[in-house]
Design a protein around this ligand. Sequence first.
Ligand code: IPM
Ligand code: MN
Length: 363
Amino acid sequence: MTVSQKKYKIAVIPGDGTGPEVVKEGLKVLQAAAAKFQFSMDTAEYDFGGDRYLRTGEVLPENAADEMRKFDAIFLGAIGHPDVKPGILEKGILLKLRFDLDQYINLRPVKLYPGVETPLRDKGPKEIDYVVVRENTGGLYTGIGGFTMKGTPHEVAVQSMVYNRHQVERCLRYAFEYTRKFGKKSQGKGDYNTLGLVGKTNVLTYVFDLWERAFHEIGKADYPDIRREYYHVDATCMWMVKSPEWFDVLVTGNMFGDIITDLGAITQGGMGIAAGGNINPEGVSMFEPIGGSAPKYTGKNIINPLASICCGAMMLSHLGETEAADAIEKAVMDVTGSKLKSMSAGKMGYSTQEVGDLVAERI
Ligand code: IPM
Ligand code: MN
């Protein structure tokens, strides 16, 4: 009997700086998982990034989003180039792809792996283990605003936090579904699955009023099994440091999500390990490390590839290859727990390639 093998088409965007180095290790581990769990991956590489922009003057080809729609997922390294003015590549490539592909969720787990050092005193893998669901296409990132009287002492600049009910609702529904499936209770780690809304209802009395009403309406009607909490964003930052064990799944708007996930990333060991996914639950999703292109480490074979490797696990989990995703995560935990001296570039005790090998050989 022949069993037809699952085959995934993956677009690979290595990008700038250390992006290509970490992506190479991420793909190495993905291919090892594919061999073990009997699926296959066809990859096609795209050279979007700073070098291409400097060479051609084009940030992103016109048809890039359409091209990306042909794939099952996108695997991205890093975007950002020291010779390009900040904002051009970030907005022109990263945000453009997120928006054009309507990747309205940014999923960012905050999980401390065994052996990884955290700056939080007396906290370990048991305490630091939650997930942030960041809304990824609206809010302050919508780009509505402008200047008037620019360059004069009376200059006015406006940038608006814009949300409509539809955007808020689809993000909340994703977060509730995610909590039901992956919350602490479903993992056998607690008595409840809890979704916490992070906002600022005491000051942003329009936008977060909308979020809060939608949160409770949807929760009450369709997710009565999920415990609902509300936290102000400033207090959330405090608790992320003081009592991260309180959190299960958090959901928030785009800007707050951007900020609190950098804080979360540093508590889980920093940019070398923090992974994220830009998700369109009905379309093509893109997986990318939270960290940037780290130009000063480029080409030295010292950058930590684990964030990219963990992105690979997230991508497989999203594609439904749960067993393979779990195997990668377990292999990563074994490597952090028994091998690496540090998560920082140049201090791991192994090269970028060797870390990739260590994980791959454990699959
Ligand atoms: C991130 C980054 C991006 C963002 C930038 C580079 C546009 O900080 O992925 O968190 O703000 O979303
Ligand atoms: Mn960010």
